[in-house]
Write a protein that binds this ligand. Structure first.
Ligand SMILES: C[S@@+](CC[C@H](N)C(=O)[O-])C[C@H]1O[C@@H](n2cnc3c(N)ncnc32)[C@H](O)[C@@H]1O
Length: 314
């Protein structure tokens, strides 16, 4: 299957990176190399680009797309949570820019075999990293009702989370739920017909919730962000595109904390905690896609771009 993915907030991200032709740039969510190829085009032979993705299909597609820049490109199959170590292995301690374009690519969603979509019947998989042993089926058949309710409510923001979790547990008591089609049918039965006729696809939110849980998307982001900010050289920027309100909240909170880490009570005349600012939040409000982009690429509708610039103490 051809790797198709339309990059979101492309111009805004490239402008936000403020690329130096001789700089070192990292994309932690390489995908089809849409953002990456724009970065590479702007680098001179002295520049360097490192692309990371945990998905083998993305690595193959990106390697082909970036072949023309092979003198300055290194592609690594890994989770971006290992970025600091992966770069250390290449002898790189500091970089000038980092991009994260979170979530799944359209290719992953559209590829029937990967089990991300409720549109076709396929094994319940949803792994971004095919080397991982746990799949969506393990969550659907293994989590207790309370845990299922929590993830569908929090990560899917589904009003019918309680009912969906109850129906899943009842259905799997008869036989394990093995396919996306079986799960979709169970979700349909958990949501009133009236709502199904008006809202989007009834399974959309639950599928999103299971995918986020399985791939530990929020935990990985939360655990990695400080380390990535520390990787930035003076003036270096990190640009992060999120698609979920909880992801965006994590980015906003950690950026703010790095700008102003002081933990002294507000009435202290001087700072005594000794925690120093790591830089500046460039986007007080997130950058959103234009009306034209949303029209051309509906997937971009929930996207938000936030940018942080590292500033060293002079
Ligand atoms: C939205 S796509 C990126 C698309 C890319 N920016 C482009 O324009 O072609 C997200 C990609 O990030 C990868 N990904 C998501 N989380 C990851 C993680 N924690 N570590 C490595 N790759 C990850 C997915 O496998 C997917 O290929």
């Amino acid at each position: 299957m051809e790797f198709k993915h339309k990059s979101v907030l492309l111009d805004e991200t490239i402008e936000g990176l403020s690329i130096r032709p001789d700089g070192i740039y990292v994309d932690g969510t390489l995908g089809g190399a849409g953002h990456a190829s724009e970065v590479c085009q702007r680098l001179s032979a002295k520049g360097r680009f490192i692309g990371i993705d945990q998905d083998q299909d993305a690595i193959i597609a990106a390697s082909e797309r970036l072949a023309a820049y092979e003198d300055r490109v290194t592609i690594i199959r890994s989770n971006y949570c290992y970025m600091v170590n992966e770069l250390k292995n290449l002898g790189i301690q500091k970089v000038n820019g980092i991009v994260l374009d979170l979530g799944v690519s359209s290719y992953q969603l559209d590829n029937e075999e990967r089990g991300f979509t409720y549109r076709v019947d396929a094994p319940l998989d949803m792994r971004m990293d095919q080397r991982q042993s746990r799949t969506a089926a393990d969550i659907v058949n293994g989590y207790d009702e309370k845990e299922l309710y929590r993830i569908i409510r929090d990560y899917g923001e589904d009003k019918f989370a309680k009912n969906i979790a109850k129906h899943i547990v009842a259905a799997r008591a008869k036989a394990p739920i093995q396919t996306t089609g079986e799960l979709t049918e169970i979700i349909r039965q958990s949501i009133p017909m009236k709502i199904q006729a008006t809202g989007g696809h009834p399974a959309k939110r639950t599928f999103q919730a299971i995918r986020i849980e399985l791939n530990r998307e929020l935990d990985v982001l939360r655990e990695s962000l400080d380390g990535m900010i520390n990787l930035l050289d003076d003036g270096g920027r990190i640009c992060i595109i999120t698609f979920h309100s909880l992801e965006d909240r994590i980015v906003k909170t950690i950026f703010r904390k790095n700008e102003n880490p002081c933990t002294c009570p507000p009435d202290f005349p001087v700072c005594v905690c000794g925690k120093e600012s790591k830089g500046k939040v460039i986007t007080r409000k997130p950058i959103l896609p234009s009306a034209v982009e949303m029209e051309e690429n509906p997937r971009s509708k929930s996207a938000k771009l936030r940018i942080f610039e590292r500033r060293y103490k002079k």
